[in-house]
Design a binder for this molecule. Sequence first.
Ligand SMILES: Cc1ncc(COP(=O)(O)O)c(C=O)c1O
Length: 404
Amino acid sequence: MKVYLDNNATTMVDPAVTEAMIPYFSEIYGNPNSLHTFGTASHPAITKAINQMYKGIGASDKDDIIFTSCATEANNWVLKSVWIDKILHSDKNHIVTTEIEHPSVLSTCKFLEDQGVKVTYLPVNDQGIVEAHTVKAFITEKTALVSIMWANNETGMIFPIQEIGEICREKGVLFHTDGVQAVGKIPVNMQEVYVDFMSMSAHKFHGPKGIGALYIKNSQHLTPLLHGGEHMGGRRSGTLNVPYIVGMGQALEMATTNMEEKIAMIAAKRNRLEDALLGALEDVMVVGDRANRTPNTILISIRGVEGEGMLWDLNNALIGASTGSACASESLEANTVMLAIGADNELAHTGIRLSLSRFTTDEEIDYVIERFENAVKRLRAISSSYAIVQPTAGGATLACHIHH
Ligand SMILES: Cc1ncc(COP(=O)(O)O)c(C=O)c1O
């Protein structure tokens, strides 16, 4: 059996999404900016996709949703353009973010620091989230932007976006959220939160890779990152990627239709897997309260088992998992989110992320439970460090916080 449990890195394109996209490669392929019918033939599909996006996130018709090449572009766009629009020519010089943002936010913040911007990287609590009062405490009159993710890619922990948005509104500070791990996974309604900008990515909810979008509240000004042929009302130039736009709209519509049912179905499988692993294995820790986590995610630490070794064993059993975010999974560094939530260095090397999707089956979960336990036993048996901390060997007990 082959089991894919790395859906926070990327997802399979739903076959119905592929089907919706196909005509726009070789039948309706004109440039939507062209005035002839080859070009205009794509307009209804673009309009449909835009409407699917508006509905999928509860945006109002006053808001803009601009397609981008990925969420990395959307994150770069907000941070760099707020710098241009609100910092370069004003007395504001400060951005607030967190220590555990995706690298597309963190690296852009580092770049902005090199340009003289002051950036505060807020620490997370033992649940792996930043509390709203912490955000409030760090906003000053110099703050131009707060950028905080809706849900974390490694832990699945959901941040208090509504409360943080309220604080930003009170303080008159722009608020950007990286919504990549939330949109299509949990209910997201822009009418219920105060968010100026939100980044999204289709390949996290069974759409194609290489297409993202930025939500812009009240269509407010944001200097374009890409100048050129004035596409998308001049907000983001570049010939519209019609098949991918169609795919993103279709994928979001499918993800958000009967969403509560989908969430319950995925969470039931995730919970069964998590309970089985916590029940069968000693000295393991799952990060974060389940009730406040995206329904598909488990980040589990296994004392005495290097994450990479575990990945190797799982991969040999044809199970795809991850030690953290996809971008970092080739490096042998400790899991930064686990360090941020207070795990010691050893434990932070043992994080394995299992992320399910609506395509994950019960048979797959059974198979993973069996193979996961076998892998842990095998690796612990050959681990010198685990033997030392075993109560029987050294009398030491392990401090593991197990959150249900
Ligand atoms: C939280 C988060 N933000 C941003 C991104 C980047 O998305 P994209 O692959 O569309 O650039 C990812 C993808 O891993 C992510 O998980």
